[in-house]
Design a protein around this ligand. Structure first.
Ligand code: ZN
Length: 513
């Protein structure tokens, strides 16, 4: 979104921080599956300890662990999965470019523009998106399901008259009964705006904002629906983003009302420019915005329990971001993910906001450098400068790389088991070991669990230990000094995102009168 965040997103509304919040952060913290983490085998022959990438010097905690008896190693939990590499290899740069050029050719896709014409306006654009996705649905053997999703709004600051905001939703149901209700959503907004967001007639090609993200969603729908995943994938293209996130808000609210278990949402918004206004080019980096503790006046009890033990960087959205970055490192090493621990850029917002508002883990991808001459500008030349969001300013090869990152992340998440539920760290007495426990996963292909940890000041996991198919383990590492996470993995080595273990505290002694 461009422009101020919509009402309600800045105020201290009561934290519906999370479904996680309601189910217990442990459960909720199960955001997303994680690509197998590339790492270096432990330096001892005994226990299987993996020092994760970026870790240079073994910590005392890891060295202590080397003395522990070995557990069964995960079956390939550190190997890239050929099935995920195959999905990534099917991204078609030419199809992405054609999609962006076709969307820009509708002249304007402003949410207040013509809905009747077959050649110009948002109505023609959404009918074209739907028909393209239906073509891909046929290629999927009918497994991909495509539908419009309408949300009526009477009025608003950028909605001068009653308007129907119509999303296009393509759903690929999961193939595993125990995982099908777990959903991952990828979204881009297909509406656009010229200088004035309520101007439905001027040209607003919106090639970068956000035909680029729309093309990523559509490309993934077509490429991924030729494959099978355990969990359900939703490829969303939404309207009304520039009017105040209406399409995504309608979808997210309906999902919450239906009790849908969305374990991760990614919006791709403005993912096609690699040249700054000053001419600097950066094609090697992609920004991933991941919120920490939400800025609300009241936090749910389980989030407070996390904060009391230093878990402020381990809420579900941050775990989702770690899992996405791990998948990108493994499968798209040419594009560096720059995780930004912030909800969005200054003065900006996006379609991940309503999902966060409804308690779902949600993140945003955005290009490395922005050029504001080509965002939210009437198409014109002024003082020799071309303004407007035209296809000529989009780096199509870069958008294809962004699509590959999204494909790797979604495939990793949707093939992996859910993150473990009811994760606990025992704090029943003073001790130097750490005992962790969790509820058993239900997936039939589950192979075991992995404990990961890091220094409290480190951004990502530094150590990993596969502990086999158990639901309780004691490690000779002091919980006072590190942050733990627990992951689940399956027989193919697909690893879930981590979940933060909540403290299991001693019961208060009975009051004696
Ligand atoms: Zn946008």
């Amino acid at each position: 979104m461009d422009g101020p965040a919509p009402r309600g997103f800045r105020t201290g509304r009561r934290a519906r921080l999370s479904a996680p919040a309601k189910r217990g952060v442990a459960a909720a913290a199960a955001p997303v599956g994680n690509a197998p983490q590339a790492g270096i085998e432990g330096w001892t022959a005994g226990p299987r300890i993996t020092i994760l990438r970026g870790m240079k010097i073994p910590s005392l905690a890891a060295l202590a662990l080397a003395a522990v008896p070995a557990f069964a190693p995960a079956a390939g939990a550190d190997r890239p999965n050929p099935a995920i590499a195959a999905v990534v290899s099917e991204i078609q740069p030419a199809r992405i470019e054609a999609t962006i050029r076709r969307l820009a050719a509708f002249g304007t896709r402003n949410s207040l523009s013509d809905t009747v014409s077959d050649t110009r306006g948002i109505g023609a654009a959404r009918r074209w998106i739907k028909s393209r996705l239906e073509d891909c649905a046929r290629d999927s053997g009918g497994r991909l399901q495509v539908a419009f999703d309408e949300h009526h709004v009477e009025s608003g600051s950028r909605v001068p008259r009653p308007t129907d905001f119509v999303n296009v939703v393509a759903t690929l149901p999961g193939e595993q009964a125990e995982s099908r209700d777990r959903i991952y959503v990828i979204s881009g907004h297909y509406d656009s705006m010229p200088t004035d967001p309520t101007d439905g007639t001027s040209d607003a090609p919106g090639a970068n904002d956000d035909a680029s993200g729309t093309a990523v969603s559509m490309e993934l729908a077509c490429a991924m629906s030729r494959h099978r995943f355990d969990a359900t994938l939703v490829f969303l293209t939404v309207a009304g983003e520039e009017q105040g996130l209406y399409g995504s808000t309608g979808f997210a609210k309906a999902a919450r009302a239906k009790g849908l278990d969305i374990e991760g949402m990614i919006t791709n918004d403005i993912v096609g420019n690699t040249r700054s206004a000053e001419g600097a080019v950066d094609q090697g980096r992609l920004r991933l915005f991941a919120q920490g503790v939400p800025a609300v006046k009241e936090l749910p009890d389980d989030v407070l329990a996390m904060l009391r033990t230093g878990g402020e960087n381990d809420l579900p959205t941050r775990q989702l971001a770690r899992a996405i970055a791990a998948a990108a490192r493994t499968y798209v090493p040419g594009l560096r993910i720059q995780t930004v621990w912030r909800r969005d850029r200054y003065l900006r917002g996006g379609d991940h906001f309503p999902f966060q508002q409804e308690g779902y883990p949600a993140v945003r991808f955005t290009e490395p450098v922005e050029n504001w001459n080509h965002q939210h500008q009437n198409v014109r030349v002024e003082n020799g400068i071309q303004y407007g969001d035209l296809p000529g300013f989009v780096d199509f090869g870069y958008v294809a790389q962004v699509a590959r990152v999204n494909a790797a992340a979604l495939a990793s998440l949707a093939l992996a088991p859910a993150a473990p539920r009811e994760a606990k760290i025992e704090a029943l007495k003073l001790e130097s070991d750490t005992t962790l426990s969790w509820a058993a996963n239900r997936e039939p292909d589950l192979a075991g669990y992995r404990v990961v940890w890091r220094d409290t000041t480190a951004p990502d996991w530094q150590h990993a230990r596969d502990v086999g198919n158990v639901t309780r383990v004691t490690l000779p590492v002091s919980k006072d000094d590190v942050v733990f996470g627990i992951q689940a993995y399956d027989r193919d080595g697909n690893v879930s995102p981590a979940v933060y273990p909540l403290p299991l505290l001693p019961r208060r002694p009975p009051v004696v009168k």
